[in-house]
Design a protein around this ligand. Structure first.
Ligand code: PEP
Ligand code: MG
Length: 308
């Protein structure tokens, strides 16, 4: 294998003509980092922090959290780690939160909404992230799940900066937030689109199973249109807009997402080589054209057929 071949496997992600698209890994703990390294991830685009909290009857202490976050930050020294604050709720119940049962947990107190009742859980977590970041060489960015309004985004960003952390972002998982991407980007430093939840809420289709896979298909033009609104806002402001849901792991969708204005794709490490190779087959102009066509396609199957 020559050096050009190596570069295609290990170098930064991008289109055939060199428009960069960062290829990042989703992890849940330091145990996932070796796989991210083997796939030559440029960083971590989604560090889910639920694992440490699962099954606990009491909140993990600040020190315990620092240790867990530091392990990942150390392993990624010199690279970017986007860490997500706790995404709990009645759909991902955590005993120590003592949440009431909700008739529609997916529409209830989950993600950032938990901070309405338990602000201390968020401030302790942000303090722990700041402590861990101060001890390590990684570039740590922090984002909140399940944000719906500019007010929530502004308050979250203030809490992140207050903790001494430099970069605050929000996940786009609720259509209301996607529609306001430009306004949100004035309040925060970056957006990360969680297509799993964004599909669920845009199509009113439970992501946890059932016979609704056709509605949850990431090629659905309405989902692509919501992503385009975010990508346009990213281009206008020059701020990063990534995708970290399952859609980021579909090699054929990668050029479309790049054309929609998405500047990073974060996925399970095993999907990374296929996505990298697929992106490298298209010029940025081709990506733009494919994106334009996919958004107005009559249905998901026609959008998918645009890519050979
Ligand atoms: C998403 O909703 O797309 C996402 C990345 O978050 P999670 O799958 O953890 O809900
Ligand atoms: Mg989600």
């Amino acid at each position: 294998v020559g050096s050009a071949g190596d570069e295609a496997i290990t170098g930064p992600g991008g289109t055939s003509d060199g428009a960069p698209v960062r290829l990042l890994a989703n992890v849940g703990s330091v145990r996932d980092v070796p796989a991210a390294d083997r796939a030559h991830a440029e960083g971590i685009g989604l560090f889910r922090t639920e694992l440490l909290f699962l099954g606990r009857t009491s909140e993990p202490s600040r020190g315990e959290q620092v240790a867990a976050y530091r392990d990942v930050f150390r392993a990624m020294a010199g690279r970017r780690v986007v860490i997500r604050t706790l995404d709990a709720g009645a759909d991902k119940p955590l005993p120590f939160l003592h949440q009431d049962e909700e008739p529609n947990p997916a529409l209830g107190i989950r993600g950032l909404r938990v901070a309405r009742r338990r602000p201390g859980v968020l401030t302790t977590q942000l303090a722990a992230i700041a402590d861990a970041a101060a001890e390590c060489g990684a570039e740590v960015w922090v984002m909140a799940p399940m944000v719906s309004t500019l007010t929530e985004a502004t308050e979250f960003a203030a809490a992140v900066y207050e903790a001494g952390l430099p970069k605050a972002g929000v996940m786009i998982e609720v259509p209301a937030a996607a529609l306001r991407a430009a306004e949100l980007l004035r309040a925060v430093d970056f957006l990360s689109i969680g297509t799993n939840d964004l599909s669920q809420y845009a199509f009113a289709a439970d992501r946890s199973g059932g016979d609704l896979a056709d509605l949850l298909d990431p090629w659905q033009p309405a989902l692509l249109r919501l992503i385009e609104i975010c990508g346009d806002a990213g281009r206008e402001t020059g701020k990063p807009v990534g995708v970290c849901g399952e859609a980021a792991a579909d090699p054929r969708l990668a050029p479309v997402l790049a054309g929609l204005g998405v500047s990073s794709l974060s996925m399970s490490p095993r999907a990374l080589p296929g996505v990298r190779a697929s992106l490298a087959r298209y010029s940025y102009t081709e990506c733009r054209r494919l994106a334009e066509l996919a958004v107005v396609a009559p249905d998901a199957a026609s959008a998918r057929d645009l890519i050979g």
